[in-house]
Structures are given as structure tokens and as C-alpha cells.
Write a protein that binds this ligand. Structure first.
Ligand code: FAD
Length: 432
């Protein structure tokens, strides 16, 4: 099989890159060895939530010029603020094409509530987490209810409410808590404390009668400007479920992003995969790329676990960081396992981490990754740019997704940027 573009890694970076290439009419495949980090993320797209001084950022694009001057190796510095913005706009459109609505506060960050009741910034949120009407309720609330489903073990309304009360936005607001019983699940016997987000989401997807749940929301949330529930109201039918509950109760339902497995992240993963497939992209799920050959500064072969024979004009490495196997550590080294690309990493193990686990400085290894030229082309072990190999997402060096809150912003921005370079070359082959 021959492709115009072969993408290694089926996370946000690889899939956004694949969707962009497919829309441009390229023959494109994405190989993903396993689940991506989306299943663990909040589902909200962080762009730049904190600056280098650790201060909260509300105008992320306004910070990017200073970032470019201070950190030229940062992926945003390489691709530029305009490309980041255009990548995120593209992402919103593609999610919408699969009926998944993401909302932004213009070009600014907005606030959302975490499962622990912290109020934190992000840039794009699913419309159950942020929308103009939710913002209105946020600003004018006098009473809020935080409710859980009986048996769901990863959300604690009392803890969330206690933390919320500490935030200036909520200090003068009455916060009540409570628990909703799901009649069908309580009839199954055994310990109801064993329910995970996915169990309850599947239950909602098949629920025939939302009346009993709506009745409890109305009773427990009486008078509240919004009712905060863990975001587990279905994976596929969540829109109609949320709308039905809001119509019956007359209350805004606020979906609080949960701990992993994250239903909001799974909705996004499903939307990106199905968008890619409907555009004619070839998705090789469960396919691991074990290695790749580079000769004369070009990738010329790939070694797939299935032993399928493929060739391509261009390749994209979007294999994620340590978490997804895009970077591998040994006792005394850190390497990129597919092409053995040059990595930006301190090779002395003692320098990889901060001895204080929860230090504000965080851990140096979070910034390790593959090195690229200014077009995001990977550098081989000798430091030469590989002409037909682009890198995108968490495998990249030079940024700290946790400390600066930029994980999905970098993944989407660089994934779309890599696609545009490849599309540009396909349209104008002399421009390599
Ligand atoms: C627990 C957690 C919570 C997070 N929360 C947020 C959040 O709330 N907001 C936010 O913006 N960011 C968040 N992030 C960061 C964000 O999710 C990631 O930065 C981003 O999703 C990275 O996307 P990616 O496509 O680069 O990599 P990944 O999502 O890691 O995907 C890499 C893919 O490559 C595949 N792969 C790896 N090696 C191979 C191989 N050899 N062959 C084939 N496939 C391979 C993997 O199986 C996987 O499918 C979070 C991250 C984690 C871990």
C-alpha cells in the first residue's frame, strides 16, 4: 500500500493531522498502537494556562510573542501564534462536523471546575463545560448544587463543594450536595461502590426513562442556577440526554470533567476517529510501528508489527511522550524508539526528576522530546533534518504540558501545522 502521508500515532496530534490531509484529498493512513492520552485528559483543550513565572494566563495568544523570545525551541515558537490559532479553529470545525460542540471565550481562556472543585483556566471546552449560557449562570449564581450518582467512585461532591467555597467566585454562593440513585443500577446487586465512569455513561446511553433521574435533580438542586454533575451522561447520546434532563428540570446541567477514564476525552477521541474515517482516511487501530529506516535523510521503510508492507511520500511521528511510548527511558538513557531521532534530554538519570514530587518546579523529564528544525522535521541521530518526517504533539521537545497547561493546544496546533507542510509539498513538489 502506498500513501501520500503515513502518520504514526492515533492521538489528537495524529488524528488532526490525518483529518487535515484527508480533507485536502491526500491518501493518508494513521497507525495507533493503543489508546491515546485523550482517554485520560479532561477533554478541555488547554492552550497556555500559565506563563514561565507560573502566573495564570487569560490571554494566551498575547503571551506567545514573549514565549517565542524566551523559548525558541517551544513548539508554539516554531509554528507561530497564527498557525496555532488556525489549527484550533480547524479543530472546532471538525469536532462540530461530528456533532461535538466546543466553545471558546473569544481568544481568551475561560474558567471551568475540576473534579476536585478547583477553578482552573482552559481555552476550549465541550459545551457542557463552557458556553455563553453557562458563563452567565456562573457569573449570576446564588445557589449551586453539586451532585453525584450513587456508586460512582471517582467523584466526591462534598470535597468539590468545600474546595469551590475557597474560590472568590463561589465564596458568597450557597453550595448544596447530594446523591442521585440510578434505579436500574441499584437493582443489579453487589456493591454499587464499584461503578466507574464508563459503566454509568453506558447506562445513560441506553436509558429509556430519564424521569426518575430528572425528578431527583429537581428535588436536590431546587433553586440552583446550575447543577454540577460528573461528566458521565453517556458517550454517544449525551447531547439528547443532557437536553432532556435540562428540559424536564428547567436547570442548567454543568458537566464536571472527571478523573480517568474520562468520558469527555472519549467523546472527543470517537469524534476525531470517525471524522477521519468518514473522510476516507485509513485507520490502523492496534498497529504498532516497531522501527523505521532512514537513508540519505529520508525515511525509506517502516517495520509494522503486523508485517504489512507500506510505503509513503511523507511520514508524521505523533507517538506521544513517555505515557504513550513515544519516548522510552532505560536506566541510563532516553531515546525515541521508532527512528532513534535526536532527543533533547539530560541523559543523566539523577537529573530527570525533581526530588520533591509535588514541587512547583515540576519535573525536567516533562520537557524532554525529539528535536526538530523550524518546520517540525525530525533530526536524525547525527542532527540532520529528515526531509520527509514531521513530528507533532507530545513527542516534541521544548515545552511543559503540565506546568504551562498546553497539552492539547500543542498537539492540535502542531498536528495541523505538519499536515499543512505536507499538503504544501504535495501541491508543489519542488518545494521540499
Ligand atoms: C492524565 C493526563 C491528563 C491530561 N489532561 C489534559 C487536559 O485536561 N487538557 C489538555 O489540553 N491536555 C491534557 N493532557 C495532555 C494531552 O492529553 C496530551 O498532551 C495530548 O493529548 C498529546 O497528544 P498526542 O497525540 O501527541 O499523543 P498521545 O495522545 O499520547 O497519542 C500517542 C498515540 O501514539 C500511539 N503510539 C505510540 N507509539 C506508537 C508506535 N510505535 N506505533 C504506533 N502507535 C504508537 C499511542 O498508542 C497513542 O495512540 C493530559 C495528559 C495526561 C497524560
Amino acid at each position: 500500500m502506498h500513501f501520500d502521508c503515513f502518520i504514526i500515532g492515533a492521538g489528537a496530534a495524529g488524528l488532526c493531522c490525518g483529518i487535515r490531509c484527508a480533507l485536502a484529498g491526500l491518501r493518508v493512513a494513521v497507525a495507533g498502537a493503543g489508546m491515546s492520552s485523550l482517554h485520560f485528559s479532561s477533554g478541555c483543550v488547554d492552550l497556555l494556562g500559565r506563563n514561565r513565572l507560573g502566573e495564570v494566563v487569560f490571554e494566551p495568544f498575547g503571551q506567545m510573542q514573549a514565549l517565542a523570545a524566551a523559548c525558541p525551541e517551544h513548539p508554539y515558537s516554531k509554528i507561530g501564534a497564527d498557525a496555532v490559532k488556525s489549527g484550533l479553529d480547524f479543530f472546532v470545525d471538525q469536532a462540530k462536523a461530528r456533532n461535538l460542540d466546543y466553545c471558546a471565550n473569544g481568544d481568551k481562556n475561560h474558567l471551568h471546575i475540576t473534579a476536585l472543585g478547583k477553578v482552573r483556566t482552559t481555552y476550549l471546552s465541550p459545551d457542557g463545560v463552557y458556553s455563553p449560557r453557562i458563563e452567565e449562570a456562573f457569573l449570576n449564581k446564588k445557589k449551586v448544587a453539586v451532585l453525584n450518582f450513587a456508586g460512582f467512585r471517582d467523584f466526591y461532591p462534598e470535597l468539590a463543594a468545600a474546595n469551590l467555597k475557597k474560590h472568590p467566585l463561589f465564596e458568597n454562593c450557597q453550595i448544596t450536595t447530594g446523591e442521585i440513585k440510578l434505579p436500574e443500577l441499584s437493582r443489579t446487586g453487589g456493591s454499587v461502590r464499584e461503578l466507574r465512569s464508563i459503566d454509568i455513561a453506558r447506562h445513560f446511553d441506553c436509558a429509556k426513562d430519564l424521569g426518575p433521574v430528572a425528578e431527583q435533580i429537581s428535588r436536590l438542586g431546587q433553586g440552583a442556577q446550575f447543577v454540577a454533575l460528573p461528566a458521565i451522561l453517556g458517550i454517544s447520546n449525551y447531547k439528547s440526554i443532557r437536553k432532556s434532563l435540562e428540559d424536564i428540570t428547567g436547570t442548567i446541567i454543568y458537566e464536571v470533567p472527571t478523573l480517568p477514564p474520562s468520558i469527555l476525552g472519549m467523546r472527543l477521541d470517537e469524534a476525531l476517529r470517525s471524522r477521519f474515517a468518514e473522510l476516507g482516511g485509513v485507520l490502523l487501530s492496534g498497529e504498532r510501528v516497531c522501527g523505521g529506516g532512514i537513508e540519505k535523510s529520508r525515511v525509506f521503510s517502516l517495520d509494522l508489527a503486523s508485517r504489512a508492507k507500506i510505503s509513503a511520500d511523507n511520514f508524521v511521528l505523533a507517538t506521544g511522550s513517555f505515557f504513550s511510548g513515544g519516548l522510552a527511558s532505560r536506566l541510563d538513557s532516553i531515546r525515541e524508539p521508532v527512528f532513534n531521532l535526536k532527543v533533547l534530554a539530560n541523559q543523566k538519570r539523577g537529573n530527570w526528576y525533581n526530588p520533591t514530587f509535588l514541587s512547583k518546579e515540576s519535573h525536567p523529564f516533562m520537557e524532554y522530546g525529539v528535536m526538530t528544525d523550524s518546520s517540525l522535521r525530525g533530526l536524525d541521530a547525527a542532527g540532520r533534518a529528515v526531509e520527509n518526517l514531521y513530528c507533532a504533539g507530545a513527542v516534541l521537545a521544548g515545552y511543559h504540558p503540565v506546568r504551562e497547561q498546553s497539552g492539547l493546544g500543542v498537539a492540535i496546533g502542531t498536528g495541523v501545522f505538519a499536515a499543512d507542510r505536507i499538503i504544501g509539498q504535495a501541491n508543489n513538489p519542488n518545494n521540499s
